[in-house]
Ligand binder design. Structure first.
Ligand code: ZN
Length: 475
């Protein structure tokens, strides 16, 4: 079977050019060799230009990680088994499906030269050290958002079972505010597209940071369940993501937070993820899944605090793929870029059922992967594990109780299609404003402090110059 034959003709030449050598990658071996039926059709969205933007020399967000990732994907020969698509920029109108008009206008006009004058006219929009204005900021934002929108549409059209955009997953951006290195929230935009046809979409966030922007956007609707696994101690950016943040109004109980402590290890994370997600899929029964694969939850991440290996991170992808529901896979955080690219290349392999050799293929960026040149470097054990069996058991129990309480909730059976996207989020909010929440409230853990809105205590603490855990990233 060679589904990708027509696309191969295009991408093969490009990948040879990208590799910068005549070296042919070895054939990809497969883990299931078709024994479980046809492999899924995987659409891969890559924009070569998106890797060429710079937040600034000292800034930890390096779009260059996307070039490294793509070179590994191509170097392993995975293009033969992916439907590789070119991307396009999102339009201003598409951005306004979620973002406010003045914020989009600001992004479209701001440059490093006029930022001082423009913020006086338009407002600050949380522009600063975390979210600097760099050359091409609007072009960059439109590119990664356009790729996520195209990926979502390819799923909706039925051309793909799985769609991947590693440049997406910028989960902190708010309606009218940049946050945590994110300017435009491509995830919210993609989910809004999916809601045109899907009655219920589940969003899963594996980034070490709480997926606050997506949670906030869908906090009051029962059509999107957001599930975030993240580091939480009240201080760590963005400071939200408590267990008790469970949604509001019609969205009450449809926000799920799994706050973890420093240093969680592979086995614990895998068990918790599978337990929670099995229950989410059974109780919420989504018809589409959006998975944010932030790679800052890997061990040794420059800003991260977990101990996950690439294999364990990839297990989340494998597990969500196993449900056979249309799956949108996005990138996210990740600041030790040699490991980010290894992780996303490995996860691309997971999606096509490839069994990738541990020895990395030779690419133009081979020296990034010194000294071991392996797909699975040891990443565990660098941060003391503050999670205890008891704390994880309690957390798991609380989350499962919340999910079980959805059984029989009328909203779970709801299958209303929104007439227009622009009005959808506003309608969700106004629906909520027009009703009391008390009868909706289910107090699953005795804590009655569920906020009416998700709290937003931290605006500018993500990029801590002194808090980096890795100092070798000035590339
Ligand atoms: Zn992150």
């Amino acid at each position: 079977m060679d589904r990708g034959a027509t696309i191969h003709a295009v991408t093969g030449s490009r990948s040879a050019r990208l590799r910068g050598s005549a070296h042919q990658p070895p054939p990809v071996a497969f883990t299931n060799s078709g024994s479980h039926g046809a492999r899924p059709r995987v659409a891969y969205f890559h924009d070569e230009q998106v890797a060429n933007f710079h937040y600034g020399e000292k800034h930890p967000m390096k779009p260059h990680r996307l070039a490294l990732t793509n070179h590994l994907v191509m170097g392993y020969g995975m293009y033969r088994h992916l439907d590789v698509y070119d991307t396009r920029r999102a339009t201003a109108e598409e951005l306004r499906d979620f973002h406010s008009e003045d914020y989009v206008e600001f992004l479209s006009r701001v440059t490093p030269e006029n930022v001082t004058a423009l913020t006086k006219t338009f407002g600050q929009f949380n522009i600063g050290d975390d979210c600097p204005v760099f050359a091409g900021i609007y072009d960059f934002s439109r590119r990664y958002a356009g790729a996520s929108l195209e990926a979502a549409r390819r799923l909706l059209s039925g051309d793909a079972d799985i769609a991947v955009n590693w440049s997406g997953g910028l989960h902190h951006a708010k309606k009218a505010e940049a946050s945590g290195f994110c300017y435009v929230n491509d995830i919210v935009l993609a989910i809004l597209q999916m809601l045109r046809f899907h009655p219920r979409v589940v969003y899963i966030d594996c980034d070490v940071h709480h997926g606050d922007g997506v949670q906030e956007a869908f906090y009051s609707t029962d059509r999107v369940m957001t599930v975030s696994f993240h580091m939480y101690d009240g201080e760590f950016f963005p400071g939200t993501g408590r267990l008790e943040e469970r949604g509001n109004g019609p969205g009450q109980r449809f926000t799920v937070n799994v706050p973890l402590r420093d240093g969680i290890e592979d086995a614990e994370y895998r068990t918790l993820f599978r337990t929670v997600m099995r229950s989410v899929m059974a109780n919420f029964d989504p018809s589409a899944v959006v998975l944010q694969c932030g790679a800052d939850s890997l061990g040794c991440d420059r800003l991260g605090r977990f101990n996950l290996s690439i294999a364990a991170h990839g297990e989340c992808v494998r597990f969500m793929k196993s449900f056979g529901v249309p799956l949108l896979v996005l990138g996210g955080g990740g600041y030790t870029i040699r490991n980010v690219s290894r992780c996303w290349a490995y996860e691309t392999g997971v999606l096509i059922d490839a069994d990738l050799p541990n020895e990395l293929p030779s690419t133009a960026y081979h020296e990034f992967f010194a000294p071991d040149y392996q797909l699975h470097p040891p990443l565990s054990g660098h941060i003391a594990n503050q999670n205890t069996p008891a704390s994880l058991r309690d957390l798991s129990r609380s989350v499962l109780e919340q999910l079980r309480s959805l059984q029989g909730a009328p909203s779970v059976q709801m299958s209303e299609i929104p007439p227009d996207l622009q009005g959808f989020l506003e309608n969700s909010r106004s629906r909520n404003n027009g009703r009391g929440d008390d009868e909706e409230e289910v107090d699953v853990d005795g804590d009655d402090s569920s906020p009416q809105r998700p709290p937003r205590p931290h605006r500018e603490e993500y990029y801590d110059h002194d808090g980096d855990h890795d100092d070798d990233e000035d590339m």
